[in-house]
Design a binder for this molecule. Structure first.
Ligand code: MN
Length: 207
């Protein structure tokens, strides 16, 4: 069986400073993300006899195919693995600004403007009670983008929605620098969003 591995960060732990601090990045990647990788591999080993291996996003999109006894673990560790893999990619030291192109056109259509989109995304991320994620996703059923939240490590793939942009609002993502100020964390995070990556994901979908 192919095991999952902790993905390399596309930048150094200190390179998202001052918006996301080095210590948070290092612990988040080496400890938290590693624990999701390990939990996913362990769960897959437990059910390997009765389970056809696919990439984790396909598994999350079809949880009924997972033996019921392991479904919660796959949801948590598989979601945790894939959510964080994407989270590292959608940030960059040279990030920030606005998406431009077809994605920004779509944002204008569904949210009015990029500024309004950011306000709605912020308010939505602040509305999450406890641990979870705020997302910009592509809804394949209705062929449109939308903002959604998930609890814990639930992935949008579970609802067959394709994550384009995801914000980790677990306290482990920001507490060392921002303590209870999730608002400040989100406002800073916009400065490191890698819109080029998000735009590429979106164009691959809409072609
Ligand atoms: Mn996290």
């Amino acid at each position: 069986m192919v095991l999952y591995q902790l993905p390399r960060l596309p930048y150094g732990y200190d390179e998202l400073e001052p918006y996301i601090d080095e210590q948070t990045m290092e612990i988040h990647h080496q400890k938290h993300h590693q624990s999701y990788v390990d939990g996913l591999n362990k769960t897959l080993e437990e059910i390997s006899g009765s389970f056809h291996p696919q990439y984790i996003t396909s598994v999350l999109s079809d949880l009924q195919s997972v033996p019921e006894i392991s479904r919660n673990k796959i949801t948590f560790f598989g979601g945790g693995f894939e959510n964080h893999r994407l989270f590292w990619e959608i940030m960059n030291p040279n990030g920030g600004g606005s998406p431009g192109g077809k994605l920004e056109d779509s944002i204008d259509v569904y949210f009015g403007s990029f500024q309004k989109f950011k306000k709605i995304f912020l308010d939505t991320s602040l509305s999450i009670d406890g641990s979870g994620w705020c997302w910009l996703v592509f809804n394949q059923t209705f062929n449109k983008i939308e903002i959604m939240t998930t609890k814990n490590q639930d992935s949008p793939w579970i609802q067959n929605k394709i994550p384009l942009l995801g914000l980790d609002v677990w306290e482990h993502a920001y507490y060392l620098k921002y303590q209870n100020r999730r608002n400040d964390y989100v406002e800073s995070w916009w400065k490191v969003v890698n819109w080029d990556y998000v735009v590429n994901r979106f164009s691959e979908l809409s072609e």
